[in-house]
Ligand binder design. Structure first.
Ligand code: FEO
Ligand code: CA
Ligand code: CA
Length: 676
């Protein structure tokens, strides 16, 4: 496996400067960003650090601070930001602070399974090769210590599990994709096979040697590729529901593949949930009358990659045509797209395990999931955002209680799915999407026979129907439309929940929802981060108090609370379109961006924030055209893994002529805690 040191002096010879076409002014943005007086956040919870990963992390904050000679002692010292911020950058390389190093790791095409087919830089790897290689478009990722199941917290060996959200077709194939329109209406089957295989999830067993170099453990039984074609079970209330019946699974209990996996969440029992985000674009239907399950998500007559036009009769590809063709649902794939839109549980420690689609967490454009710290004998709680303009934030509370000794995915199959309403006075409510809930049931009755958005609502036949139509249920419940909810993160010290709202170009425009207190910017171009405290600091509560943590934007953008600017952005921390969000095990908040590469922000980046003081500093800038998509560290917070998606030119290897998505390993040259 090739690893490439990043040369800080390297400039891409293909580099072309970005021209700023934006006309937004700092002053206007300040006015838009000013908030009305609102309820301040309530006091902190003091949730234990242990339990963040479902295991003990004792010693990982205090002792590390001492190791680094930072000013330890006070409760908030380990969230201070000790590094010198980096400037914005438009270079085709990664930028990290002085005293830090960055190295690329496991780029697209790295062999990890089977006969370990070598990556071919000319793009001629086959579909079968890709099934044994790391996929494309690295996104959310997590590091599972190799000894986690035994209660350990190794920071030198583990399973790096990552999503591959989508693909760059031009880079994937030797000469770009063969389009059906240029090829008699079909696509070469091996191109389709390769594209399906470049999606999904990689489980990569990695180990650090005594020199500090990380490498893939070749031949490890844990190494695994899960693709857009891997067999999966349907679990939870929608299992066996008639709207999930296909010729592949007449009982509606199984499907194949997971697609457009954006972010993720590790569970308290050491498994990985991968999110299906923009899955709707992979299917095509010729049906003139499309069911509401498709209408509300935009499944239409056009698929993104034309997989249903693969030059074969094999139904693993024909299934992407979700038109009505047979006499019944059990004879065609009209329902195939109803088997997508879920959180999918993968057990990385059990390579032969079948992934499980957890329908109780709802069906929508799942960005990711974040679990509240699990407490013995109490329900499991997790949060998930639906990343689309004017969609919602959800919370799942399990019916069964968590017990560390017996916890497992079954906890995610029964429970209540709630959707958030952010009231203008700074309070909020969780609205149950459950036909057994009297308030929801009465709203459903009242909506019967009316138009809900563009959909003529004719009721829900059961709770499975509610979950398959989660967005419609949330519309009826009266949830607050948000500015594209992306990742969530939970402060390990306070239990406060943070969510990125990346942007919403249509907010407040004619014909669209007006601004509200939680989404107060007209045509929100640069996004913001919201946070809340659950009532009584109890994650199962049905109400909360919310606040805006920060508005993203240009120099001078203020976040005003009670008439006072609590943070004013400057050269050290301007950012645009927050997306990835993660609290490390010491309580620093990491913010990643998915903006448009224009000045003054330039390339996408990652910043660190102190949640106590709201200080924010730019820590990392990615190469050109990329999105900085995922972040995690080892338990000791001394090795950080950052994912880079859709780079351009020949990043990371200037000797090659196509870009490769890759993980970047960031370490401190003195071996200290990253960010401290
Ligand atoms: Fe895949 Fe919402 O970012
Ligand atoms: Ca994202
Ligand atoms: Ca995004």
């Amino acid at each position: 496996m090739a690893k490439h040191d990043l040369d800080p002096n390297y400039l891409d010879p293909n580099y072309e400067p970005v021209v700023n076409h934006s006309d937004n002014t700092s002053f206007a943005h300040v006015l838009q960003a000013r908030m009305q007086r609102r309820t301040l956040m309530k006091g902190s919870v003091g949730a234990a650090l242990a339990g963040v990963m479902g295991m003990g992390l004792a010693g990982c904050s205090d002792s590390d601070n001492d190791d680094n000679g930072s000013a330890g002692g006070s409760a908030q010292s380990d969230t201070e930001l000790g590094f010198k911020p980096v400037a914005v950058s438009n270079e085709n390389r990664v930028v990290v602070p002085e005293g830090y190093s960055a190295q690329t790791f496991v780029p697209w095409g790295t062999p990890i399974t089977g006969d370990y087919p070598e990556y071919r830089p000319d793009g001629t790897n086959t579909g079968a090769d890709q099934e044994n290689q790391v996929g494309m478009h690295h996104d959310g990722l997590h590091f599972f210590p190799i000894d986690q199941r035994a209660g350990g917290n190794s920071s030198t060996e583990g399973l790096l599990v990552m999503n591959h959200e989508y693909i760059n077709q031009s880079a994937l194939h030797a000469n770009g994709p063969t389009k059906a329109v240029d090829n008699g209406g079909v696509r070469p089957v091996d191109e389709v096979r390769k594209e399906v295989a470049a999606h999904g999830v990689s489980v990569i067993h990695i180990k650090r040697d005594s020199n500090g170099t990380w490498d893939v453990v070749f031949g490890s039984p844990f190494n695994r590729r899960i693709t857009g074609n891997t067999e999966m079970d349907i679990r939870g209330p929608a299992r066996g529901y008639s709207k999930l019946v296909t010729v592949y699974s007449p009982t509606g209990t199984e499907t194949r593949g997971t697609l457009n996996n954006c972010a993720m969440g590790p569970t308290p029992w050491g498994t990985y949930l991968t999110a299906e985000e923009n899955w709707h674009g992979y299917f095509a239907t010729a049906d003139a009358q499309r069911p509401r399950e498709y209408e509300r998500h935009g499944v239409n007559d056009n698929s993104r990659y034309d997989w249903e036009l693969a030059d074969t009769d094999a139904d693993e590809y024909m299934r992407f045509n979700v038109s009505t063709m047979g006499a019944s649902a059990a004879e065609d794939y009209r329902n195939e797209a109803n088997t997508y839109g879920y959180m999918v549980e993968i057990d990385p420690f059990t390579p032969e395990s079948k992934p499980q689609k957890r329908t109780a967490l709802g069906r929508f454009g799942h960005e990711g999931v974040i679990f509240a710290p699990a407490k013995e004998g109490e329900p499991v709680v997790c949060y998930s955002g639906d990343d689309s303009r004017f969609e919602y934030i959800y919370k799942f509370v399990s019916s069964k209680s968590y017990h560390a000794a017996t916890a497992g995915g079954y906890l995610l199959d029964e429970g209540t799915l709630y959707v958030a309403r952010f009231n203008d006075d700074g309070s909020g409510d969780w609205l149950a999407l459950d036909l057994k809930d009297a308030e929801f049931a009465s709203k459903v009755s009242a909506a019967q026979g009316t138009m809900v958005g563009d959909i003529q609502f004719d009721g829900f036949e059961n709770q499975a129907d509610v979950l398959v139509n989660t967005r419609l249920a949330a519309d009826i419940a009266g949830a607050t439309t948000m500015d594209r909810p992306e990742w969530g993160a939970i402060d390990p010290k306070t239990g406060d929940v943070y969510f990125t709202l990346t942007n919403n170009s249509n907010r407040g425009k004619e014909g669209y929802d007006d601004v509200n207190a939680a989404n107060p910017i007209v045509e929100n171009a640069t996004g913001h981060i919201i946070r809340w405290t659950e009532a009584g600091s109890d994650h199962t509560a049905t109400s909360f108090d919310w606040d805006i943590f920060v508005f993203a934007g240009e120099q001078g953008t203020e976040t005003v609370v009670d008439g006072e600017a609590v943070i004013t952005l400057d050269d050290t921390n301007i950012f645009n379109s927050p997306d990835g969000l993660w609290f490390d095990y010491n309580g620093r908040l990491w913010i990643q961006t998915d903006g448009s590469w224009a000045p003054p922000y330039e390339n996408n980046m990652m910043l660190a924030a102190n949640p106590v003081t709201r200080e924010i500093k730019r820590f990392f800038v990615g190469p050109q055209n990329c999105e900085v998509t995922g972040v995690v560290t080892t338990p000791d917070v001394k090795t950080m893994f950052v994912n880079i998606q859709h780079p351009r030119g020949n990043w990371p290897d200037p000797s090659e002529d196509r870009p490769r998505d890759a993980t970047v390993i960031v370490t401190r040259d003195d071996g200290g805690v990253v960010g401290a």
